[in-house]
Design a protein around this ligand. Structure first.
Ligand code: DOR
Ligand code: ZN
Length: 346
């Protein structure tokens, strides 16, 4: 017996596509299932200006295989030198859908991020005025704060003060990993949303560290205790419009993951939708998957929902997803949930 569900085609509200050979290799993995994605700007050098975002969008479209449809939703990387007028122009032209805030040093290629939040006040005020979303990597970077506490401390020390100082600013807390993040979103108004990744619904910190270190489960924010994973599952499957899918699929070559100082990132573009079907079915919430993956994101970003569909089929035998995808830079390991999955895209 096979079961199937058909959803409005999903979007990915947080995606790393990289550039060059890596871009060409990973883009089809996303475009196969997703119509659109919010494209992270943490290239080297970062995508800071409207002109850079336009050029990056053109490189993405040039890398898209013939016959595939995909719309990259571009973002700008917020620095202390970002010009509010450039941001406003890039938004007015329809080029960008968000600005990304990385606290300096928080993660991959975040050195140009923000240290002094007073220096970005003008940009944030302009964004509140024009209704442009701020996507936030919500972790403090202070050495004295334990890595497992960095999200919760960020909410108190940075996010809440910034939001209070900038009324009307629309914020997405990206890739929340804690009960604290879930509760902060639930306690606030409609100007605040959060993305949740596929992998944070599946792994907790034990998966990274018990029985040998698993570099392909290491990402930032790092997976937390089981109680936090359960809070994320509850939020994602609740039907609450403020929570939506942002995979944070972040490809790194195996050489850069399986090393003494490995890069952060889980590559989930290839199998995200089947994994989500598994998770939502496990939670008895398959009927909530379409909201999470296809409806809440467009509603937050005030965009139309996609008009076509994606069908997921449950088969009797486990699906064999590729273990790796090949890139000209070397292989990239596909996220392995560690359990058999019976769902696949039709
Ligand atoms: O795990 C992560 N990888 N988290 C991030 O915030 C950045 C990303 C990357 O770019 O590799
Ligand atoms: Zn990311």
């Amino acid at each position: 017996m096979s079961t199937s569900i058909t959803l409005t085609r999903p979007d990915d509200w947080h995606l790393h596509l990289r550039d060059g050979a890596m871009l060409s290799a990973v883009l089809p993995e996303t475009a196969r299932d997703f119509a659109r994605a919010i494209i992270m700007p943490n290239l080297v050098p970062p995508v800071v200006t409207g002109a850079q975002a336009a050029a990056y969008r053109d490189r993405i479209m040039a890398a898209l295989p013939e016959g595939m449809a995909f719309e990259p939703l571009m973002t700008l990387y917020l620095t202390e030198d970002t010009d509010p007028a450039d941001v406003a122009a890039a938004h007015a032209s329809g080029l960008i859908k968000a600005v990304k805030l990385y606290p300096a040093g928080a993660t991959t290629n975040s050195a140009s991020g923000v240290r002094d939040f007073d220096k970005v006040r003008g940009v944030l005020e302009k964004m509140a005025e024009i209704g442009l979303t701020l996507c936030v990597h919500g972790e403090v970077t202070d050495n004295d704060i334990d890595i497992f506490d960095r999200e919760a401390v960020f909410i108190d020390r940075v996010l809440d003060p910034v939001r209070r100082a900038t009324p009307g600013l629309r914020v997405v807390m990206e890739h929340i990993t804690t009960r604290d993040g879930v509760e902060y979103v639930r306690a606030n108004d409609r100007d605040l949303g959060a993305t949740i990744t596929t992998h944070h619904l599946i792994i907790n910190r034990n998966h990274i560290l018990v029985g040998g270190i698993k570099p392909h489960y290491y990402c930032l924010p790092v997976a937390k205790r089981e109680e936090h994973r359960l809070a994320l599952r509850d939020a994602a499957t609740s039907g609450d419009e403020r929570f939506f899918l942002g995979t944070d699929s972040a490809p790194h070559t195996d050489a850069n993951k399986e090393t003494a100082c490995g890069c952060a990132g889980c590559f989930t573009a290839t199998n995200t939708m089947p994994l989500l079907a598994h998770v939502f079915e496990e939670e008895g919430a398959l009927d909530k998957l379409e909201g999470f993956a296809s409806k809440h994101g467009p509603a937050f970003y005030r965009l139309a929902e996609n008009s076509d569909t994606l069908t997921l089929v449950k088969q009797n035998a486990p699906v064999a997803f590729p273990a790796k995808i090949d890139t000209a830079d070397g292989p990239v390991t596909v996220f392995d949930p560690g359990f058999p999955v019976f769902w696949k895209t039709a």
